[in-house]
Design a protein around this ligand. Structure first.
Ligand SMILES: [Zn+2]
Length: 273
């Protein structure tokens, strides 16, 4: 007789466990549930069942389906070409935040990205801490990079959808943050809507971070990713990952986890107002 799964009630739901066989030690997205084996009796057999959100079944309506938006900083690297292959193979949308100095070194990779619908944001010229910059230096870092980005779009023959900016290290300038955001707004930069910072936001932060620059270990990174996704509470999560510093193999693995995470994936540009 084929098994039939009952709807998961609160009584039937066991405590969320970290003992998932798929990702030992980290995963909290699997919940122990009772499996109904016939229409009138419950067996004592339990099963590991992947639910849409941790500890809740998909039908309770209390938490919406989460959507992940992949943003990739410190682009383009020498290996971006292979990383674009990984994105295309899984049809995973992404947004690249580019350093101007890297666009000088690998313009062809940036051109290919834009032609493939992977758009570019500004991540300054030389990746400084903004709190070390004067306003004039911040303008130079930003505008010099803008000229390189415009050149890529011109060469690709693609219309640039919006001017986007992310502060390196998430350092928004400290005491000068207001001035730097005014600089960005005056130049037409646009931040994501419905994330966290209100309608005057002109830059892009992130909400889901696996600190990929700290490790090259695939198992460690996988554990961090599973923990971050299961702890996430927003319906829209802006994921931070990096191009420079990560191998194509690690990048491809990460893209695969995103694709397999049983979450929605969407283009970060969908977050524009
Ligand atoms: Zn960066």
């Amino acid at each position: 007789m084929a098994q039939r799964t009952a709807a998961v009630s609160a009584d039937e739901r066991a405590v969320v466990s970290r003992d998932c066989v798929a990702t030992p030690g980290a995963c909290r997205t699997h919940t122990r549930v009772v499996v109904r084996r016939s229409h009138n009796s419950y067996s004592s057999i339990v099963d590991w069942r992947h639910l849409t959100t941790p500890g809740r079944d998909a039908s309770d309506g209390k938490r919406p389906q989460m959507t992940l938006y992949l943003t990739v900083d410190d682009a383009p690297s020498a290996t971006l070409d292979e990383k674009l292959d990984a994105l295309a193979a899984r049809d995973v949308p992404a947004l690249l935040f580019c350093e101007g100095r890297r666009l000088d070194r690998h313009p062809e990779h940036a051109t290919r990205a834009v032609r493939a619908g992977v758009h570019l944001g500004n991540h300054t010229w030389s990746h400084p801490h903004a709190s070390d910059l004067s306003e004039a230096a911040f303008v130079r870092e930003t505008e010099r990079t803008e000229r390189r980005i415009e050149r890529v779009y011109d060469r690709a023959g693609v219309t640039r959808p919006a001017k986007l900016f992310r502060f390196p290290y998430g350092d928004d300038g400290g005491d000068r943050a207001g001035d730097f955001r005014r600089v960005l707004r005056e130049r037409g930069f646009t931040g994501p809507d419905r994330i966290d910072r209100g309608p005057t936001r002109a830059d892009w932060s992130w909400t889901l971070d696996v600190a990929d620059w700290e490790t090259d270990d695939v198992s460690e990174l996988r554990a961090r990713f599973e923990a971050a996704v299961s702890d996430a509470e927003r319906s829209d999560e802006v994921v931070l990952f990096h191009d420079a510093g990560n191998s194509p193999a690690l990048f491809e693995a990460f893209v695969g986890w995103l694709d397999d995470a049983d979450r929605g994936l969407a283009d970060p540009l969908d977050l524009l107002p």
